[in-house]
Ligand binder design. Structure first.
Ligand SMILES: NC(=O)c1ccc[n+]([C@@H]2O[C@H](COP(=O)([O-])OP(=O)(O)OC[C@H]3O[C@@H](n4cnc5c(N)ncnc54)[C@H](OP(=O)(O)O)[C@@H]3O)[C@@H](O)[C@H]2O)c1
Length: 237
């Protein structure tokens, strides 16, 4: 049977070389979107794009110049972006006394500034088309405090503030936004921390799977254009 690619429009998933982003890109492609996959590791992007009939879009979300180039490529031919999933992010753990300015900036830059950069680039096209959906991947650490999460939590609480302002600004425009806040998800983001070896961290077996989060994103993206889900929290039952 011939597969119809992109019959539902264009989607961009940042962080597509990682756990949640990759799973979401696969999900959206399976649901019929033409998916642009973003990240910095080009070979992974190329491979994924080939597997899902998508397009590799290597760019750093913290670079306004690279984001602008990515926007131009996605919007080539005037086609507006239907779904933007901001899944690029980093995660550092350290006690407040050990949180360096560099660590704080790294988390704020990737998780907050990067999301703002990408959203700001694509929002005008969505507003002009009076359609589109922005899915911002927040975290349980964006509304609950955990020890050693100061840099990460600051970025995710900040993201929630940004998202709430975005919701106010797009009200009545036809553009929708969803803040997806998962609990711990078993992805490579945990690799440096080796959670199964730490009694203070959830074990990988207790975490959500990336495919579960992707399924939630796919659910939101599949709703009728006049149905909004401004906030969706997902946790292990
Ligand atoms: N895993 C969890 O427990 C969990 C829970 C709640 C929320 N989240 C959030 O979910 C999102 C995805 O996390 P994940 O668990 O899937 O992590 P992951 O597997 O480590 O993937 C992170 C992704 O972000 C990309 N990225 C990081 N910095 C970037 C930058 N400056 N420019 C472009 N891309 C960048 C990475 O791509 P490159 O390295 O190729 O650039 C990678 O694709 C993050 O926002 C994270 O905070 C995760």
């Amino acid at each position: 049977m011939r597969r119809v690619v992109g019959r539902r429009g264009r989607a961009l998933v940042t962080g597509a070389t990682g756990g949640i982003g990759e799973a979401t890109a696969r999900r959206l492609a399976g649901d019929g979107f033409k998916v642009f996959v973003g990240g910095r590791r080009f070979e992974r992007l190329e491979r994924l794009a080939g597997e899902i009939d998508g397009a590799a879009l290597p760019f750093d979300v913290t670079s306004e110049a690279e984001v602008e180039l990515a926007r131009a490529e996605v919007e080539t031919g005037g086609a507006p972006l239907l779904v933007l999933v901001n899944a690029a992010g980093v995660f550092d753990l350290a006690a407040v006394t050990q949180t360096s300015g560099e660590m704080l900036r790294r988390n704020l830059e990737a998780n907050l500034v990067g999301t703002v950069n990408v959203t700001r680039a694509f929002l005008p096209g969505m507003l002009a088309a009076r359609s589109g959906l922005v899915i911002n991947v927040g975290s349980v650490a964006g509304w609950r405090a955990f020890p050693e999460n100061s840099a990460y939590s600051a970025s995710k609480y900040g993201l929630r503030g940004f998202h709430d302002v975005l919701l106010e600004e797009i009200r009545g425009t036809g553009v929708r936004a969803c803040l997806l806040e998962p609990g711990a998800v078993d992805t490579p983001i945990w690799d440096p921390l080796d959670p199964d070896a730490s009694p203070h961290l959830p074990s990988r077996g207790q975490m959500l799977r990336a495919a579960d989060v992707a399924r939630a994103a796919g659910f939101v993206a599949g709703l009728p254009a006049d149905v909004a889900v401004p906030l969706l929290r997902i946790e292990r039952a």
